[in-house]
Design a protein around this ligand. Sequence first.
Ligand SMILES: Nc1ncnc2c1ncn2[C@@H]1O[C@H](COP(=O)(O)OP(=O)(O)OP(=O)(O)O)[C@@H](O)[C@H]1O
Ligand SMILES: [Mg+2]
Length: 280
Amino acid sequence: MEKNNKNNIKETKTDKIESVQETKKVKLSIENITKTFNSKTVVDNVSFDVYDGEFLSILGPSGCGKTTLLRILIGLIKPDGGTILKKGKDITNTKISKRGMGIVFQNYALFENMTVLQNVEYALIVNKTPKVIARKRALTLLKKMHLREFENKKPYELSGGQQQRVAIARTLALKPDIILFDEPMSALDVSTRLELCQELKRVQKEFKTTMIYITHDQEEAFTLSDRIMVMEVSKISQIGTPVEILKNPANDYIKSFVCDNLTNKINNLKHFVELSNEQN
Ligand SMILES: Nc1ncnc2c1ncn2[C@@H]1O[C@H](COP(=O)(O)OP(=O)(O)OP(=O)(O)O)[C@@H](O)[C@H]1O
Ligand SMILES: [Mg+2]
């Protein structure tokens, strides 16, 4: 298989931005990760770095391998080949609980029989944190996520946005230094998504957490991210800051999947604004 390709990907950046990024600390280094299911290669020799404290989106169409890659990073799936380094240490075969990573899923995956408070403190108690300390930390996180008024409610009594806030608080409880998100907003309406996006950015700044965020929504990726990694089927097509990608799309796929899609959305919005102005 062709040796891939951090160098090729970096060629898509301008020299100036490249030199700025070189000074950042690498938190995760993904080297030549490959995964095949039933003789179909779903992640094909993928390599990239994640910087300390950055918000990196993985943007790509349905079925391109985003979830598989994320599950490999956290340790839910074993890759067929390749290496994952965290701060230089090989964690490819490290247990999930020892990776210092948390994950937030699209479907919240809360414990339905537990209250909001119990959901958030559960992992701490399992981890043998004294009950008083676990309770205090859970309550602090619920306050930060604006959930104190719901602490005794069960998940089914909450809206989708509120449930996702609980899932984020629960993930933060164990103080992971990397949080992975698998399309956490896709079941939510637009205004809840916008609100939660702002919350996520706030949480990221406050906790200085590195975030890797899967989405198939160009707008979401461009609103939230320090850098975006665009995937085509099983491979990385381009990785760079939103401005770099818009200014220098690496190929026709990026032009169409990212740039044209964003331009169409903006033009549609402009069209509606013009229409509403005409009608006033
Ligand atoms: N456990 C599995 N066994 C067999 N095939 C799988 C398995 N998990 C994923 N696949 C296949 O791998 C491919 C990539 O799946 P993956 O879930 O990673 O895509 P995705 O980019 O997350 O898509 P979506 O945006 O729809 O969530 C798909 O063709 C899927 O059918
Ligand atoms: Mg997926």
